[in-house]
Write a protein that binds this ligand. Sequence first.
Ligand code: ATP
Ligand code: MG
Length: 261
Amino acid sequence: MAKIYMIGSFKGGVGKSVSTINLAYSLAEMGKKVLAVDFDSQANLTTCFGVDDVTAIPVTIGDLMMAQIEDEAMPEPSEYIMSRNGVDFIPSSMVLSAVDSKLRLEMGAEGMLGRILDPLRDFYDVILIDTCPSLGSLTINAMAAADEVIIAVNPQLLAMMGLQDFLKTVSKIKNRINNKLQVAGILLTMCDARTNLCKVITEEVAETFLGQIRIFKSMVPSTVKVGESVYYSEPLIEYAPENKACEAYRNLAKELMNDEG
Ligand SMILES: Nc1ncnc2c1ncn2[C@@H]1O[C@H](COP(=O)(O)OP(=O)(O)OP(=O)(O)O)[C@@H](O)[C@H]1O
Ligand SMILES: [Mg+2]
């Protein structure tokens, strides 16, 4: 029975999609059966999985959300789950941005993604949802579907700003919609432990949240190999398996799975 993790942030460009794909492959390397869900209309994760033309995909997460909204029959999983080198994924496209505005007018709107993913839990160990960086109806759907949230924070982008608002939203969703929701932890990305700024901000985050929220020991360093791996649509495990960032994602996967015992 899969646990569902949402990878979220309150800022764009902090490394959510990169973290989702690399965590997915690190978990797969540990023998876990993983499904990654691209829940962002930018479809960056889908591109990372090597899909060149997202407009040519017949069924994306946006189409599944539309089917839920319209109360239409759902396609078979084989029609929308794609696979690349041992990791399954549900692709995204611009259709999802139309869903975002439609959801605001719907009854029970926040439960739509959960209704798509819950039946898939039986087939996976872990489901990862990559999200867009706003606190809109799509992110709320992702929080309503998830068991745990991994918050990606880039210390260089004024880490603390917005984090409290994000946590407040998590707490509201927990109280009102999804009482099992937990914060798995804060993942520091593009964080070079040797730089002063990174040290200072990491300490600031640690002091503020000590005892409340875990900060993962694995921090992802900034490296050009990440940009290159994205360009070549390969996870770090294939593109640069010895790289420090790849090691960080392997360690993150272990940290997460150790929690499960
Ligand atoms: N550890 C890293 N080192 C260097 N560059 C990185 C690292 N992680 C991510 N990047 C780069 O930062 C940019 C943003 O990463 P990514 O797309 O994963 O962010 P995101 O949070 O998903 O963005 P969005 O909010 O737009 O969805 C990309 O160009 C990516 O190559
Ligand atoms: Mg992204």
